[in-house]
Write a protein that binds this ligand. Structure first.
Ligand code: KIV
Ligand code: ZN
Length: 390
């Protein structure tokens, strides 16, 4: 039976940590509504203790979101925890995300805490939080650089104190997919009550492995992917949820998992976030890049026109995108003929013998051929051949 993978969005928290990104309240509300339509299970709306603005934003989002859980982030500090409890109290499904770093480098240089002190803090603060919030996500920050046995001890302490979801951050985007899968395997083998809580991946893209790592986590027992829209986030960003959701759909036979993601809303939510961040999606980005479903070379265009599946593993309309066959110097006669037919010219393969060389000579001097250029090419051909194709 297929398992269920849920998605936890942190575009407005980890994503807002992108250099130069500062959402307005209106932008956050638009993003939150778009995410709810996209089908995420949880929306991390901000870090309420960080500023009055963050607090107000989480509070407003808690009031307007219909389906997803609304989450606030908190360090293991009572003031942070109280701020989340207050900011999310009007949410239909409030949730808190508490975190503390567990790796040696963070313990020694950032927290100045021993392992024992960290375990005590986890126990005390999760126990405190549980009196006010049922749904608690616990993150051992920098989990992937934490000693495996101490990671188990930290996570077990959080579960025993009442955490309902354990998130495993690859905070600095360090792991390979195999290693990240191994972290989950170790937890699966050693945590008492592993199946009683949810498990989420949280992967950063410093080495370009965020999507592969999130999917490796899913293959090794994780039930949720934490990520952002368009992969925005600290440094090189977080896993792009649109990519991960599309991968689970396209490779259904491999992941054998269902999601609640409405893939057709991918373009809509990607555009909202691109506008609000003033960060257009790169042309070659998987799924949402403008080239992701575009074919310019002749061999690919010919195959695509015979059967789109020769070069497309996902129908663009499934993610709200459209396919295109831009015409350039590498394009073939088949695609040029098809474009001319769509512009109203009644041309056959035989006619292309006269048209294509002229197209080619113009294309060699241009980037992409526009419809207007094609019309001029046709005028030249018609005058030269003394025929009309219209
Ligand atoms: O990357 C990270 O470790 C985080 C934590 C706050 C979960 O974003
Ligand atoms: Zn992060």
């Amino acid at each position: 039976m297929a398992s269920k993978v849920t998605f936890y969005d942190t575009t407005m928290r980890d994503g807002e940590q992108t250099i130069g990104v500062n959402f307005s309240i209106e932008e956050k509300i638009e993003i939150a509504k778009g995410l709810d339509d996209y089908g995420v299970a949880a929306i991390e709306a901000g870090f309420p203790a960080a500023s009055q603005k963050d607090f107000e934003e989480v509070k407003r989002i808690a009031e307007v979101v219909d389906n997803a859980k609304v989450v606030g982030l908190a360090r293991m500090v009572r003031n942070d925890i109280n701020a989340v409890i207050e900011a999310t109290k009007d949410a239909k499904h409030p949730m808190i995300h508490v975190f503390i770093a567990t790796s040696p480098i963070h313990r020694e240089f950032k927290l100045h805490m021993t392992k024992e002190e960290i375990l005590e803090k986890i126990k005390a603060d999760v126990t405190f939080t549980k009196q006010y919030m049922q749904d608690i996500v616990f993150s051992p920050e920098d989990a992937t650089r934490t000693e495996p046995d101490f990671l188990v001890a930290s996570v077990q302490t959080a579960i025993d104190a009442g955490a309902t979801m354990i998130n495993i951050p690859d905070t600095v985007g360090y792991d390979t997919p195999e290693e990240y899968g191994e972290v989950f395997e170790n937890l699966r083998q050693n945590i008492i009550g592993f199946d009683k809580v949810g498990w989420s991946t949280h992967t950063h893209n410093d080495l370009g492995m965020a999507t592969a790592n999130a999917l490796a986590g899913i293959e090794h027992g994780a039930t949720e992917i934490q990520g952002t829209i368009n992969g925005i986030g600290e440094r090189a960003g977080n896993v792009d949820m649109i990519e991960a959701a599309a991968a689970i759909h396209v490779r259904h036979e491999k992941f054998n998992a269902e999601t609640d993601i409405v893939l057709a809303q991918s373009k809509a939510i990607s555009d909202i976030v691109a506008r609000a961040t003033r960060m257009p999606v790169a042309g070659n980005k998987p799924i949402m890049g403008r080239n992701a479903f575009a074919h310019e070379s002749g061999i690919h265009q010919d195959g695509y026109l015979k059967n789109p599946e020769t070069y497309e593993i996902l129908k663009p309309e499934m993610v709200g995108a459209t396919a295109s066959l831009p015409l350039g110097k590498l394009s073939g006669s088949h695609a040029v003929m098809s474009k001319l037919n769509s512009l109203g010219y009644d041309v056959t393969r035989d006619d292309m013998k006269a048209i294509f060389p002229i197209f080619k000579s113009v294309a060699e001097e241009s980037d992409l051929i526009t419809d207007d250029q094609l019309k001029v090419i046709m005028q030249v051909v018609e005058e030269k051949e003394m025929v009309s194709y219209q």
